[in-house]
Structure formats: C-alpha cells, structure tokens
Design a protein around this ligand. Structure first.
Ligand code: AMP
Ligand code: MG
Length: 303
C-alpha cells in the first residue's frame, strides 16, 4: 500500500477514480438501471449501527438530517422505477478513533443501487460483475496510472467465495473484517449477519429467525469492507416488529412508515463506497488519498 508523493500521483488516482465512475455507470445502464439524483436532506436517514455525531440541520424550523445513506429513499424510489442507482454523498461524523484505520471519512460517496423483486443471490451476482467490469475497464484504460502507482491489478474469478458470518466469527473473532481481509487474495462475500449487528431494514430470513438475508463484500490484501447490502424488510408489519425489537420509536421513522403502509416493493441492493473502491484499485494506504477535499474524522482543518 502506498502514500501519494506528489500532485502527479494524485492526478493518477483521480483519473482512475473518474474511470471507476464512468465504468460503473455504463455497466449499470447496460443492465437496465436508471441513475437518480441524490437526496441530501431528509427527516429520515439510515440509523446506522454505530454512533456518529449529529448532522441535524434546521429545515424551516424542523430538524432534518444530512444523508447517512439513501436506503429508505431507494426503497421508496422503487415504487416508481424498477432498477435504480445513485452516486450518493453521505455525511457520517464518525468517531475520531476511526481515523487511524485509514478507511473512514466524514464525507464520502456511495454508489447505491436497489432492484425491485431481486433476491440476495441476484445482487451477489450483480455485484461481482460490477466489480470485475470496473477492474477490467481500469486495467485497460489506466495502465499508465497503475504503473506509476506501482499497482498490479488482478481480475478476480466469479463467483466470489461466500463465507457465513458465523464461520468468519469462529475463525477470526469479532470484528473480523481486517483479519479476514488480510488472508484473502480475491474478494469474498460475508453472508448471513446476525440481526443484532445490523440495522432494522435488512430482511430477516423467514426460515432462520435472527439471521439476515444480507451481505458484505470484503476486499483482499487487508483493504477491508467494500460494500454492504441485502434483501430489505418491506412489509409494514415486519418493519414495525424490527423497529420494536431494536428499541427504536416508530415516530422516528413516521415519514417512512407512512409510505410503507401504502406499499413498498420487495427488493435487494447494496451501497459500495467509491473512495474505498478507489483506494483498493490504486493500492493506497489511506482513504484520504482517494479523493480531493477529504475529511478524515476529527480533522477540523479539512475544507
Ligand atoms: P454501510 O451500509 O454503512 O456499510 O455503508 C456502505 C458502504 O459505504 C461501506 O461498505 C463502505 O464502502 C462505505 N462507507 C461507509 N462508511 C464510510 C466512511 N465513513 N468513509 C468511507 N466509506 C464509507
Ligand atoms: Mg457496512
């Protein structure tokens, strides 16, 4: 993993990133997806499973939040369109201790996608093809940039390995992302997270209570988590049940529940962090080298 030495190195990373954006967008359009515009302000956003500092904004006297992820807006958008993606800016004021890991920013962009009627298996296969296509395009179009950065890109074989969460936890303890990623030479899926480590919107397997129909993709070579996703709870009764079991008052998600009562389609999808993907492809030690105007948690000199 490298640190950038000069502006030419930085330019090489940004050219790679620009190719990533173009290749991912083109792939999804070929797959019948429509790009939608991001939402920045809303009364509802992802509750996340870890503490972040508040990003509440005074919206004409009503507290709105800056987007932490577009999960709920994606589900609602599927009432109108069947296959959607969005380059979605997220603001998550991560705890300062997270800065040391080299893969957290307070402001980052997710390529967030969702598919009406899809199963987790559909999305696993789609995610693999997306990653492989992006890697192939970058290898083909950015050979000079990769060689400048000393990065040799390996195109992984599909399908990727699928590792149940319980098996990874047994082998590496919890959390296992770093340890698992350090042993991988190809990306791998982690599937079947336990309910209590994820958010209420990931669908619980009707056949296995407390096991979710969800996944993470983990990069090889110690680059850690690439994406998170899964099938979604869409039935109002199940959504309310999950909120209750997570101890979240329904009022916090009133706007979402109101739409869910009118009908949300069954769906699955994921969000993949663009800066983390750029970091992996360019072989960067730290995520702040993977974009301009990086905001490392706690860095108040950022602009
Ligand atoms: P999540 O649903 O919280 O897992 O977020 C989806 C994806 O966004 C993750 O798998 C990462 O690729 C990326 N991501 C999440 N949080 C951050 C962060 N603080 N900085 C950079 N990328 C992030
Ligand atoms: Mg995640």
């Amino acid at each position: 993993m490298i640190r950038l030495g000069c502006e030419q190195d930085r330019a090489a990373v940004l050219r790679i990133q620009s190719e990533v954006l173009a290749a991912a967008g083109a792939f999804l359009r070929r797959e019948g997806f429509l790009e939608i515009l991001p939402v920045l302000l809303s009364p509802i956003t992802d509750p996340l499973h870890h503490e972040t500092y508040s990003t509440v904004v005074d919206y004409y006297g009503v507290p709105y939040q800056l987007t932490k992820s577009m999960i709920f807006h994606k589900q609602i958008a599927l009432r109108t369109l069947a296959r959607i993606f969005c380059f979605s800016p997220n603001v998550r004021m991560e705890p300062v201790e997270r800065a040391a890991a080299g893969r957290y920013l307070a402001e980052f962009v997710q390529l967030d996608l969702e598919v009406r009627g899809a199963t987790r298996t559909d999305i696993l296969r789609l995610g693999e093809r997306l990653l492989v296509t992006v890697l192939e395009c970058v290898a083909d179009r950015c050979a000079g940039e990769l060689s400048r950065l000393g990065r040799e890109l390996h195109i992984p074989a599909v399908p990727f390995r699928e590792i149940p969460y319980a098996e990874a936890a047994r082998s590496f303890g919890e959390p296992f992302d770093d340890a698992l990623s350090g042993t991988l030479t190809e990306p791998a899926w982690v599937i079947d997270f336990p309910r209590d480590v994820r958010e209420f919107y990931d669908r619980e397997d009707p056949a296995r209570p407390d096991v979710l129909l969800d996944m993470d993709l983990v990069y090889p070579q110690g680059f850690g988590e690439a994406l998170s996703g899964g099938e979604r709870e869409h039935e109002p009764r199940r959504i309310r049940d999950r909120l209750r079991r997570d101890g979240i008052p329904e009022g916090r998600f009133a706007a979402y529940l109101k739409v869910a009562d009118r009908g949300l389609p069954r769906s699955a999808g994921f969000g993949i962090g663009i800066e983390r993907l750029t970091r992996f492809i360019a072989g960067l030690e730290r995520i702040e080298d993977a974009r301009l105007f990086s905001k490392v948690p706690g860095d108040t000199a950022a602009m």
